[in-house]
Design a protein around this ligand. Structure first.
Ligand code: HEM
Length: 213
């Protein structure tokens, strides 16, 4: 138990937890986006993708519990870092000193993180925790995006996700030790590409359903 208090008690430990769990989310979002792209192949392709996913049975449950654990650790550690940063406000740059400079992404991390948490709760209540016995997942998703409010919420949330990832990607590699000047431009560039791919890749789906299906 001592290692738990030590990890949560030190700034480096907390940053490491944020980095490892953040990397897990980037992996999840990559897989989720790849699966969601099947929607462009039509109703049957998307429903068949969801069916295959659910056919994993207990394996899917283990994966979901892992994802939940990542979320709890990421949110809790993020809150601790936010509190620590707020408490030491006059010296805050000593705690959060970032050699990558201050960008909109880095300055808004706690707020975009909180908005993503709200979005995920909203998202799961729309698409996951619903009765799917007399309908299909495609009809649930397509039905939701008939409502312009949903479309606006989703597009706005995807901009927030892109902003969060734009800094998170760079930051996690820095924490994991890839902060050599030679690699930094590559990591900054890759972070930008990943955030644009997530933002446009997810954000275009509601617009596609609204205007083209
Ligand atoms: C337009 C964008 C998105 C669409 C259309 C979409 C669609 C879906 C659908 C249909 C499901 C339920 C799958 C099923 O139970 O069969 C789902 C689950 C989920 N989505 Fe999304 N999603 C989008 C973006 C996102 C984003 C940006 C995040 C995270 C920030 C996210 C996080 C999740 C999570 C955590 C689950 C539950 C996974 C599980 O239970 O295995 N989604 N999504």
């Amino acid at each position: 138990m001592n290692w738990i208090t030590q990890t949560f008690g030190s700034s480096v430990g907390k940053k490491l937890l944020m980095a490892v769990t953040g990397l897990g989310f980037i992996g999840f979002l990559t897989a989720h986006l790849a699966g969601n792209l099947s929607i462009y192949a039509g109703k049957d392709a998307f429903n068949s993708y969801a069916l295959h996913l659910h056919a994993l049975g207990p394996l899917l449950t283990v994966f979901e519990l892992g994802l939940l654990a990542l979320a709890v650790i990421h949110v809790f550690t993020g809150l601790l870092l936010f509190y620590q940063n707020w408490q030491s406000r006059p010296k805050r740059y000593q705690v959060y000193k970032s050699s990558g400079g201050r960008t909109i992404g880095s300055a808004t991390m706690p707020y975009t993180g909180f908005l993503i948490l709200l979005f995920v709760i909203f998202h799961l209540s729309n698409f996951s925790f619903v009765d799917k016995t007399s309908t299909t997942i495609f009809d649930i998703v397509a039905g939701s995006f008939q409502n312009p409010v949903y479309v606006a919420v989703y597009v706005a949330a995807m901009i927030v996700v892109a902003l969060h990832v734009s800094h998170g990607f760079w930051s996690l590699f820095q924490t994991l030790g890839a902060n050599h000047p030679k690699y930094m431009p590559i990591i900054t560039g890759a972070g930008l590409v990943v955030s644009v791919v997530f933002g446009v890749g997810f954000g275009f789906i509601p617009l596609y359903i609204t205007f083209m299906v």
